[in-house]
Write a protein that binds this ligand. Structure first.
Ligand code: PEP
Ligand code: MN
Length: 331
């Protein structure tokens, strides 16, 4: 249940409800709202009911993620980016950090295209244990250096709760990969930090699964969460790696206050399909996108087929910002 309280008496009523029900249930407050799990409206004292503008009983389990508790957008500020505001945030870089020189060069390209965040995996969740697994902490150091040299934020995947502390020493944003979306010990571990988390939708995760996964992070006290739509598995993966669930963008934006970012690269898996889907993500009002770039995709250590070469990326990024700017002029 969520109670929307009259502004004037909200804090007094919230304190009263916490005193009465706090020992028995989880309670969350936001401005003049309060959420009480497992309490029925008929248990509410008369003066609380009198001080309520509305009592909402149909409340999702992922209550902290819900706009019913937190109606306004969450805006995440990192040193070089504002994620979830009016701007379109561009995040770009190679799938994997391959070497100090390579990631430095790719960060420069990312920046040229208007990115404020450089990506790169140092711990890679590969389907085969014999595929390149990433450079580990050394890769984090290379990516940090590339981000700093170019005035960018850094995003990188953390795969294991035991690595959270170490990755936190380097990164501005944790990426939780699709395969780990329901790794609850990992979600709890990043929830204990104050570093923003980009949570990727699992390849067979429903919208409610994503929101409940985000709730694990919020439950630990970390509310700097963004959600990434990166394509889901459907019945046909012959022409695209995954099915880009574009409808998830406005659906998530309706349900939750967290910024929604699109990842057209993993969604389609083929470089020549990335630009149209990136544009579709902007048209769907995503708060940003994350794209993979590589100057020599055939020799990339991971995800070469979906990497945009610098020239293609620069063109795509220009068009994406143009479309975003145009959309800002619409009534
Ligand atoms: C990645 O970002 O390189 C990655 C492995 O993504 P996902 O978890 O979406 O597959
Ligand atoms: Mn990748």
């Amino acid at each position: 249940m969520i109670i929307i309280l009259k502004e004037t008496t909200a804090s007094a009523m919230q304190a009263r409800l916490v005193a009465q029900f706090g020992a028995k249930t989880e309670i969350f407050t936001h401005d003049n709202r309060i959420a009480l799990q497992g309490v029925n409206p008929d248990e509410l004292p008369a003066d609380v009911l009198a001080a309520a503008d509305e009592v909402i009983t149909d409340v999702p389990a992922a209550v902290q993620s819900s706009r019913l508790l937190h109606p306004e957008d969450t805006i995440i500020k990192t040193p070089h980016s504002v994620i979830g505001g009016a701007d379109l945030v561009m995040m770009a870089g190679p799938c994997s950090v391959e070497s100090a020189e390579h990631v430095m060069a790719m960060a420069k390209v990312a920046k040229q295209g208007g990115a404020t965040v450089v990506r790169g995996g140092a711990f890679k969740p590969r389907t085969s244990p014999y595929s390149f697994q990433g450079l580990g902490e050394t890769g984090l150091q290379y990516l940090r250096a590339a981000a700093d040299a170019n005035g960018l934020d850094m995003i990188t995947e953390v795969m294991d709760d035991e690595h959270v502390e170490m990755v936190a020493k380097y990164t501005d944003i944790f990426q939780i990969g699709a395969r780990n979306m329901q790794n609850f010990s990992l979600l709890k571990a990043v929830g204990q930090t104050n570093i923003p988390v980009a949570l990727k939708r699992g390849m067979s995760a429903t919208i409610d699964d994503v929101l409940n996964a985000a709730e694990y992070i919020a439950a630990g006290g970390n509310h700097q969460i963004m959600l990434l739509e990166r394509g889901i598995r459907t019945f046909d993966n012959k022409y695209t790696r995954n099915t880009f669930d574009l409808g998830a963008v406005p659906v998530l934006q309706q349900l939750t206050h967290y910024p929604v970012i699109v990842d057209p690269s993993h969604a389609v898996g083929e470089w020549d399909l990335v630009t149209p889907m990136a544009m579709a993500g902007v048209a769907a009002s995503a708060s940003g996108m994350i794209v993979e770039i590589h100057d020599d995709p055939t020799h990339a250590l991971s995800d070469g087929p979906q990497a945009l070469k610098p020239k293609t990326y620069l063109k795509m990024a220009k068009q994406a910002f143009q479309l975003h700017d145009l959309m800002q002029t619409w009534d």
